[in-house]
Ligand binder design. Structure first.
Ligand code: NDP
Length: 338
């Protein structure tokens, strides 16, 4: 049972060498009387929050932390090999909590959804049809409260979550601009993902001026994925009664000293609602989300870009690549295809 284990707690940017590939105990049978499920892992999801679990941070460990020497935990798509739980049976496909290894014993009391629709790529359940999809849906529609015609700005716009926020904004008849870290990503946003405009934030020396250019009348919704300098430049460009769903702050996760944000007073003058959220609070909406998104996928009205790494041994490189923007679209690791 090949596993990816954390070598030790990480400080600063994570490196491939912070993880080891080891041969763990092979689990072939469910222990007697167990309520767990034995899974064969097919696709693993690389998610930015995983960095936060690699360090013990006082007050920020809402998700717990990884244990050095043990496999990473995360989201994945898996096949049930054996089940001690009445809701699951051998052969079922599931997505949700699993571990970075070939075979895992998982308790169904954790997040675990049965996959009912297999006419779409299975890997989509790590992305558009899984946690990032729900994040974009809940963050944009529930937290962002969008209205037709509003101006929307999305950072990390070509990523797992951002590419969907932009497309959901277009379905709502909003004007949407995305920022991303390379020309390739900017082209993708404009030519494939339907954003009205996009720019490479690494090439803009004055982000405030850039935003004024794209939003002469201001931003109604800023979907926050990165934090730091981007947030600071957005605040003075927000409109009165604007909303900022705070999904993530990936630019801050590896800093020992987070960057200060100086323009927060705009929240007062413009009565802006800035609200953090965690996708886990919204999973009761998953059936409604599927009803909304599946027809759009089937009719190609919503598309999804994935970046596929082959093999568990390439998982550490794929994961750390998130923090340098190496991934183009949703970063997935293939462990097995069936
Ligand atoms: P992505 O697929 O977007 O991958 C991360 C991307 O972040 C990189 O590709 C890179 O894109 C960008 N990035 C990395 N470092 C920086 C930096 N220093 N400054 C600016 N951008 C950077 O990830 P996801 O779509 O999965 O996640 C997006 C955000 O949503 C993250 O902040 C994540 O933590 C958050 N999230 C929150 C959830 C919640 O429940 N609240 C659930 C899921 C995700 P580029 O090349 O464009 O810089």
């Amino acid at each position: 049972n090949k596993q990816v284990v954390l070598r030790d707690y990480v400080s600063g940017f994570p490196k491939e060498s912070d993880m080891n590939i080891v041969e763990g105990t092979t689990i072939l049978k469910l222990p007697q009387g167990s309520n767990d499920v034995l899974l064969k892992n097919l696709y693993l999801s690389c998610d930015p929050y995983m960095r936060m679990l690699m360090t013990k941070v006082e007050g920020l460990d809402v998700f717990g932390t990884y244990t050095p020497g043990s496999p990473l935990t995360g989201y994945g798509v898996s096949k049930v090999l054996e089940s001690g739980h009445p809701d699951y049976k051998k052969g079922d496909l599931v997505w949700g909590s699993t571990k970075w290894e070939e075979f895992s014993l998982v308790s169904p009391t954790q997040i675990l959804f049965k996959i009912e629709h297999t006419d779409v790529p299975l890997s989509y359940y790590t992305g558009i049809l899984g946690m990032p999809g729900m994040t974009a849906y809940a963050g944009f529609f529930e937290v962002g409260s969008p209205k037709k015609g509003e101006n929307v700005f999305v950072s990390a716009a070509s990523g797992a979550v951002g590419q969907l926020v932009g497309q959901f904004a277009k379905l709502t008849d909003c004007y949407v601009v995305g920022s991303a870290g390379s020309k390739e990503k900017v082209d993708l946003l404009k030519n494939k993902l339907g954003f009205d405009e996009a720019f490479n934030y690494k090439e803009e020396s004055d982000l405030n001026a850039t935003l004024k250019r794209y939003f002469p009348e201001g931003i109604d919704i800023y979907f926050e994925n990165v934090g730091g300098k981007t947030l600071d430049a957005v605040l003075p460009n927000m409109r009165v009664l604007g909303r900022i769903p705070v999904c993530g702050m990936v630019s801050q996760y590896n800093l020992t000293q987070p960057e200060g944000v100086t323009n927060l007073a705009n929240l007062i003058f413009k009565r802006i609602r800035m609200q953090g959220f965690i996708v886990g609070e919204f999973y009761h909406l998953y059936p409604k989300f599927l009803e909304f998104v599946l027809p759009h996928i089937r009719e190609r009205k919503v598309v999804y870009v994935e970046d596929i790494a082959e093999g568990l041994e390439n998982g550490p490189a794929a994961l750390v690549g998130l923090y340098s923007g190496r991934n183009v679209g949703k970063q997935v690791v293939v462990v097995a295809r069936d």
